[in-house]
Design a protein around this ligand. Structure first.
Ligand SMILES: [Zn+2]
Length: 300
């Protein structure tokens, strides 16, 4: 009899990760391919699972999807599991969950890519007694996945932390911002593409001493101040391509402390700030492992 396994999908704007695993330590197969049109990408995904489960003699119990959004995550809605008003061409109102379930004939659980990453990182902190947790990605876009009382937050739709407003001193930074909806929201000012457009260099090309990083750390710290004051998280993970620049962390610690100005008393905002604000433990695998947890959880 075929052995039971789970499928995981991380659908990103440019790349798609797929994985078949029994749990975090027993991985049978994984693959990365470019995200193309919805039809092409969904058939790449479903073909991978069909071919691999056949050749490895596995049976998928369920599948977990972490996807770029915005997504409709309201189970009562007619478009539940759809990608909705995305700026990504061709992908508007794609029935992602439905098409994958129909093709593979197994149940799928879906959440945003950043919620999946939050879940992946949160579950990797098994030994720590944490019930409020935030994962923020700063890369092509900016997003935040929130876990409160050990559950992912959905609420009205799902949090869109990248689009909060932070103070923008236009005399110091005349760059107008690149968010097509709000111009100079957090994502419009501090995402990877914003850095690139402002400085005419990619994040990887910008030297460590460049003033770009002071400004970047400033925007991130202002966002963290808002986050710490509203959600009071016990752990904040900063991931995504821009945060591969690990030298940013030291600047963020100093500026976050400066902005909070000793108002909130906690050892984690003082000498132990390195234990509060951290890089991801799973590096660039937070999302795919989170998607695996989504799949496993639907079977409980
Ligand atoms: Zn925005």
């Amino acid at each position: 009899m075929a052995e039971k396994a789970f499928g995981a999908i991380e659908l990103g704007g440019t790349k798609t990760f797929v994985m078949i695993a029994k749990d975090k330590t027993n991985i049978y197969s994984r693959k990365i391919f470019p995200t193309l049109s919805p039809n092409q990408t969904i058939s790449d995904i479903t073909n991978f699972f069909k071919d691999e489960t056949n050749s490895l003699d596995l049976e998928l119990a369920s599948i977990g999807i972490g996807s770029f959004g915005p997504l409709d995550l309201d189970p009562e809605s007619k478009t539940f599991g759809y990608i909705t008003s995305t700026p990504k061409e061709g992908w508007q109102f794609t029935n992602l969950k439905g098409k994958i379930e129909e093709s593979l004939q197994i149940p799928a659980a879906i959440d945003t890519d950043v919620n999946a990453s939050a879940l992946g990182e949160f579950r990797s902190l098994l030994k720590q007694d944490i019930d409020s947790f935030v994962y923020i990605t700063i890369g092509t876009g900016i997003g935040g996945g929130f876990i409160i009382n050990r559950e992912l937050v959905h609420g009205l739709v799902h949090p869109e932390f990248g689009h909060i407003r932070i103070p923008h001193n236009k005399r110091m930074d005349p760059f107008p911002g690149i968010c097509p909806y709000h111009r100079d929201c957090f994502e419009g000012l501090a995402s990877g593409p914003a850095l690139e457009e402002r400085w005419h260099m990619t994040a990887e090309m910008l030297p460590k001493e460049h003033m770009a990083w002071e400004l970047e750390a400033d925007y991130i710290s202002l966002a963290l101040m808002n986050l710490i004051c509203t959600v009071s998280p016990q752990k904040i993970i900063l991931g995504g391509g821009v945060m591969h620049q690990l030298h940013l962390f030291k600047k963020i610690y100093q500026k976050t402390q400066r902005y909070l100005n000793n108002y909130i008393k906690s050892k984690y905002l003082d000498e132990q700030i390195r234990d509060l604000i951290m890089p991801p433990k799973l590096k660039d695998n937070s999302g795919i492992f989170g998607a695996l947890h989504l799949a496993i959880d639907t079977n409980k």
